[in-house]
Ligand binder design. Structure first.
Ligand code: NAD
Length: 355
């Protein structure tokens, strides 16, 4: 029931891919290409059934439209999901078949990595199509440092708006406390930026070795994973899992700001309003974590990391604009972000260079 799926949101095109020889079963969804060709990762996951895969790809591709629009990128939103177990079901043939499907879209969709897919898989896809991103040849490498840098500048914007510009002394964040959930690719790198700026960083991870690394290398203070949400800090930075802000957890928060990299932090849309009612400033996840895709957009023979990172730095101003709009309209920041994105992708863009 594609058109009746609750996640269906006027998607432009949905492609069901089946290649019996390789066993590929995949769905590619293009949500909106008004700003340019769709860019988004392929996810491989052992979905309970094809309905669950469809819902996921519809939701994820829609999210990419919003993310690219607010990052000022000339891309639309698209995503692919492969039904299968990433540990057992991968083969070069499977990714070649996916590549042929991506190629059949003639450039309307560019594929990159997502959960369950790594660089080697996308290199196999690249045997069959040029419409790939995030591969080492001509690529920009691991997007996590760019994501972390975007979260860092986003945290600065949130501090300015919620706590006052006087809490930031020049480039320094002395006297600011931040708790990070997840000391992985993004969380560790974010901790490095924050401690470098003089902030007091607490860090939680289910993997003790990762916490120890952040403690030894950066001087971060370890905290128990189940104390993260209740940490009494200026900023909570979720950099592990989504869905952590809900009816049970929001009343427990003792922070003024939630600003981190994790995707889909609000369990439901209405939790944006709940945070607002509690006076907690929320940096919408798809705005603050766009550094990685911004970096990917600069890929190519002339990739220039400094240029890409200057673009990532604009996340600071985008967030300030969203915070101000939300305050003026008396709406949650998550809703202000959605509205701003919709203004940017609802109509076809006549000049992609101005996207
Ligand atoms: P990662 O797998 O490198 O790190 C995640 C870390 O979280 C791991 O160290 C893991 O042990 C830890 N973790 C898992 N459950 C936890 C829990 N309950 N409490 C504390 N720690 C826990 O992932 P990443 O690439 O750093 O991404 C982090 C988040 O940011 C993810 O939600 C991801 O979707 C999102 N994100 C990442 C990027 C990127 O460029 N990597 C871009 C956009 C969004």
């Amino acid at each position: 029931p594609v058109f009746d799926d609750p996640a269906f949101d006027h998607h432009e095109q949905i492609v069901f891919c089946h290649d019996p020889q390789s066993g590929l079963r995949a769905i590619i969804a293009l949500h909106n290409t008004n700003r340019g060709p769709a860019l988004g990762g392929a996810r491989m996951w052992n979905y309970a059934d094809s309905a669950a895969a469809l819902t996921d790809v519809l939701r994820l591709s829609r999210g990419m439209t919003y993310k690219s629009a607010l990052a000022g990128l000339p891309f639309g939103g698209g995503k692919a999901v492969i039904l299968g177990d990433p540990k057992h079901d991968k083969s070069p043939d499977l990714f070649h078949a996916l590549g042929r499907y991506v190629d059949s879209l003639g450039g309307r969709y560019t594929v990159a990595e997502d959960v369950g897919i790594d660089v080697a898989d996308i290199e196999q896809v690249a045997h069959e199509t040029a419409h790939v991103a995030g591969v080492p040849a001509g690529g920009s490498g691991d997007p996590s440092p760019a994501t972390a840098y975007g979260v860092f500048v986003g945290i600065r914007a949130a501090i300015k708006h919620r706590l006052g510009a006087d809490r930031i002394a020049g480039d320094k964040l002395t006297g600011i406390s931040v708790a990070i959930q997840g000391a992985g690719h993004v969380g560790y790198e974010l901790a490095r930026h924050l401690t470098g700026a003089g902030a007091d960083v607490q860090i939680a991870d289910v993997d003790p070795a990762r916490v120890k690394r952040a403690q030894d290398d950066l001087g971060a203070t370890p905290i128990a994973t189940d104390h993260f949400l209740e940490a009494e800090v200026d900023v909570l930075a979720p950099c592990a899992l989504g869905g952590l802000l809900d009816d049970t957890t929001i009343p427990k928060l003792r922070t003024s700001i939630v600003a981190g990299a994790a995707n889909n932090q609000l369990a439901e849309t209405r939790h944006g309003e709940m945070l607002r009612e509690r006076g907690i400033l929320y940096a919408p996840d798809y705005v603050i974590n766009a550094g990685g895709i911004i970096n990917i957009s600069y890929e190519g023979a002339s990739y220039d990391r400094a240029r890409a990172f200057s673009h990532v730095a604009l996340i600071h101003d985008t967030l300030l604009a969203i915070f101000q709009r939300a305050e003026a309209a008396g709406i949650p920041t998550s809703q202000a972000a959605d509205r701003l994105a919709e203004e940017r992708f609802t109509h076809p863009n006549p000049d992609p260079a101005q996207a």
